[in-house]
Design a protein. Structure first.
Length: 347
């Protein structure tokens, strides 16, 4: 089976990561790589790491042509831009994987409050499936529109899911402290992302109002069956890629560190892309660089009784393009690890 793929926004960090993952697969044909900025240029000239491997020319988006030629369309654009693409793809019976925020939040009023744009396709929103395979695998297989999760969100949901599903987290007690590399902010020109701004520095941003907050709360509420609010603070650190989330929560029942660790091991025993590290071993971002893996360390502080979870991912892989390819594999009945079995880059 050959899968015809188009990538809308192929020259952003997430888009070019999709190109890297899919460009050499024997079961994938890259039909269209769209880019407003680099239309008419060879993608290997824009990104020399692709030189000699992927020779496609970037093009302006022709939505009629893209939807006619593609089996699945990856949308790697800012919020608001996936809506007309998904509408046209739906009309032509094609699949869409949106790596932006347009289909993540089920309440249009919440979306409009946090993203400051109108949601024009509430009907499609009802059909969209949240693309966290470890949570929603069976629904993903039959989806037409997949909402690929946010990068911070993925690290936090995977870190909390085993406890939330068992109802062991005290509502309102969750604090998520996350650090991200600069690629999480995208490839557009921003003063805050200049080398001289981020080098030798470390800062919090989006304090008490980051747009991933309602997405995290929505999924944690679904997992636990209880309305869940969190305190979430992201930070920017001077590295190109990676996310580390340290999560604190009160748990019910006075569980020991050994008992909590066993719950995580059981929850993820069959998951290729989630690795629960041995007790006393803590994950670091470099261990998962270039992979679709989430590594988790967990313990309970005996003094405070709080569970402490450390979760790491590569924000461009499990946090974006890698997870999107994992979702594509599920959509087309493939082993979900296809094209994603890699060992992390070190050092």
């Amino acid at each position: 089976m050959m899968i015809h793929v188009s990538i809308i926004g192929a020259t952003g960090y997430t888009g070019v990561e999709l190109v890297r993952l899919l460009g050499l697969r024997k079961d994938v044909v890259l039909d269209h790589l769209t880019s407003r900025t680099y239309a008419g240029q060879k993608i290997q000239e824009v990104f020399p790491h692709l030189y000699g491997s992927i020779d496609h020319t970037c093009e302006e988006m022709d939505l009629e042509q893209v939807t006619a030629d593609s089996d699945v369309i990856f949308v790697a654009l800012p919020h608001g831009h996936a809506l007309p693409i998904a509408k046209k793809a739906k009309e032509k019976g094609k699949k869409v994987i949106d790596l932006g925020a347009d289909f993540r939040l089920k309440d249009t009023a919440v979306y409009e409050e946090w993203y400051k744009v109108a949601h024009t396709e509430p009907g499609l929103l009802e059909e969209a499936v949240y693309g966290l395979p470890e949570w929603n695998r069976e629904a993903i297989k039959d989806a037409d529109i997949i909402a690929n999760p946010g990068c911070f969100v993925t690290s936090i949901l995977l870190g909390l899911m085993p406890l939330m599903k068992k109802g062991l987290v005290v509502p309102g007690s969750v604090i998520c402290d996350s650090k991200s590399g600069t690629s999480g902010a995208g490839r557009s020109e921003k003063v805050d992302n200049l080398f001289t701004e981020v080098e030798s520095s470390f800062k919090a941003y989006g304090v008490a109002h980051h747009r991933h907050t309602p997405e995290i709360e929505q999924l944690l509420t679904e997992m636990s069956g209880t309305e869940t609010l969190i305190q979430f603070t992201p930070h920017l650190v001077p590295m190109s890629r990676g996310i580390l989330s340290t999560i604190y929560a009160d748990v019910t029942g006075g569980h020991s560190a050994e008992a909590i660790h066993a719950i995580f091991e059981e929850a993820y025993a069959a998951e290729t892309f989630v690795q629960v590290l041995p007790a006393g071993m803590w994950p670091m971002t470099k261990s998962v660089r270039g992979t679709n893996v989430c590594q988790i360390g967990v313990t309970v502080d005996p003094r405070t009784g709080k569970v402490i979870i450390v979760s790491v991912i590569d924000n461009l892989m499990k946090g974006a393009a890698g997870q999107a390819v994992q979702n594509m594999n599920l959509l087309f009945g493939l082993d979900e690890t296809t094209g994603l079995n890699t060992i992390g880059l070190f050092p």
